[in-house]
Design a protein around this ligand. Structure first.
Ligand SMILES: C[S@@+](CC[C@H](N)C(=O)[O-])C[C@H]1O[C@@H](n2cnc3c(N)ncnc32)[C@H](O)[C@@H]1O
Length: 247
């Protein structure tokens, strides 16, 4: 089943909704306000911190972008690439996958706001069963997404998501981490504890603490190229390259 508004196609899932999906549907309306009350604009700054380091892509896959604030900025960047490209080149595309219809509707509105609908495909899907085309993407993006999953789930699903990258392609990963500095840890631990509690209540999140995503990403043949740490050491923005020959 598809829903079309303007040119933006939203591919809907017919699967029954999970507790997590219903939770994010409920949160969608208040997500930005809640984020702003706790973090101001700092999460958004972390999301976009390294997007100028991305090379032009032909295909980009973004997982769990929620209300689409990073997607909107990626679209702006993509439109910039398009004006530099010769008209004979095939237009580049963004595929965005999220389980929450309400979040995807916000993504759709943001994409239309920047007139990028024709370049974006939105898919409602549970990422746990989602196996993207192998080696088809230049960029995969995971903004505050991997920590929605348990260690066991990530061990099972992350290799499939990252298999979407062509050799030499990059992962743009943004997430919470525990700060290195003992001075920064108490505030971060309190905030992380409160966030885990909130998302457990609202979405049924099973995790009680952060999963070490870094070693799991590295095990998929990825090499970290750059990292920017912000928000008192508790947010990391990373670019990883799929370079299986060097690991
Ligand atoms: C913590 S929010 C992060 C939203 C946004 N990326 C951000 O930077 O704020 C997680 C997002 O991932 C989506 N998500 C969580 N679990 C998912 C799953 N199993 N399949 C697809 N999407 C999922 C949620 O619907 C939500 O939009």
């Amino acid at each position: 089943m598809d829903s079309t508004v303007g040119d933006a196609v939203l591919h809907l899932s017919s699967a029954t909704s999970s507790r997590s999906q219903r939770g994010y549907d409920r949160l969608a309306l208040w997500y930005r306000t809640t984020e702003w009350l706790v973090f101001g604009n700092r999460l958004q700054r972390a999301r976009v911190a390294l997007i100028d380091d991305l090379q032009p892509w032909k295909r980009l896959l973004i997982l769990g972008d929620g209300n689409g604030r990073l997607l909107e900025q990626l679209c702006v960047k993509q439109l910039g690439f398009a004006t530099e490209r010769s008209s004979s080149d095939a237009p580049s595309r963004i595929t965005s996958v999220d389980q929450s219809l309400r979040m995807l509707q916000r993504q759709q509105a943001r994409v239309e706001l920047v007139h990028a609908s024709e370049y974006v495909d939105l898919f409602q899907a549970d990422a746990c069963g989602y196996k993207p085309e192998i080696g088809a993407y230049d960029v995969v993006v995971t903004p505050f997404f991997l920590n929605c999953f348990s260690l066991a789930e990530l061990k099972s699903h992350l290799p499939h998501w990252l298999a979407a990258l062509r050799v030499g392609g990059v992962l743009l990963h943004v997430d919470f981490i525990v700060p290195q500095s003992p001075w920064q840890r108490p505030r971060a631990k309190l905030l992380l504890w409160a966030m885990h509690l909130f998302f457990r209540w609202q979405t049924g999140l099973a995790n009680r603490q952060l999963v070490d995503t870094q070693s799991l990403i590295a095990q998929c043949g990825m090499r970290m190229e750059c990292e920017q740490i912000s928000e008192g050491g508790m947010i990391t923005t990373q670019i990883w390259r799929f370079a299986p020959w060097s690991s």
